[in-house]
Design a protein around this ligand. Sequence first.
Ligand SMILES: O=P(O)(O)OC[C@H]1O[C@H](OP(=O)(O)OP(=O)(O)O)[C@H](O)[C@@H]1O
Length: 254
Amino acid sequence: MKYEIKKFHDGQVTAKIAETGDIHIKIRGNSYEDLFRAAAIKEAWDATNATHKTAVAKLSIFCLIGQRSDRRFNKGESFDLKVICKFINDMKFDAVSILHPHSAISLALIENSEKISHVTYVEKAYNQIGNPVLVSPDAGAYKTTHEIAEKLNADLVPSNKVRVDGAPEISIQGDVKGKECLIVDDLADGGRTFKFLAEALKKQGATKVFLYVTHGQFNYGFDELKEFIDHIYCTNSYKDIDDDFVTQFKLEGL
Ligand SMILES: O=P(O)(O)OC[C@H]1O[C@H](OP(=O)(O)OP(=O)(O)O)[C@H](O)[C@@H]1O
């Protein structure tokens, strides 16, 4: 470790660089404090490397806070992802990698950014289940899941979701009768999207329904989800989960 982080009683974070040279900071990035930690480390690193111009600083963010707020939802409201990305740009990293961002807007707003693909984790779930049909829950997930289906040589059933008064309405565009399905998406907040989709898939004859999300928040627990979902796969980008219902793929550095 090339740095130390300390926190004062009032919540202030402070960093100390232990060695000069290249640095690669890996954070969840799912809280403002995480971003401030990275900023403190980078500030100390810049000062330490002021005469070492060839050293490289990289930042990996595994679960970018505000990634869903990729537009100004209503007139008069703040565009939160823009504020967050401005803060990240101010740190001036040479490269910023973002694991499975919700949309391409994060990558467009962050300078020197690139995406870390989630294909490895989907592939692990796909192999553990034994070649299920992939299901993309909405238009946003279709493009990336289509790319993954091509790579894995898997069947893909697209589905569409529109929210009516906050509740998702589902239409499935393919035959899932007698098949095992793996829903693939970026994040689960409460997970209602997937509960409704799993119910619809089972009504159409799917034998088992599994869920893969990269960022597993599951803010309301698993009880409701267990009704129609057989098992969940996710990474620990957002938090560590200890539950038999969930298989978590641990990210290096967390
Ligand atoms: O766990 P849940 O509460 O069901 O939410 C999960 C869904 O919400 C997100 O999409 P979102 O509706 O934000 O996508 P949008 O960009 O189309 O608004 C995410 O990509 C999932 O599809």
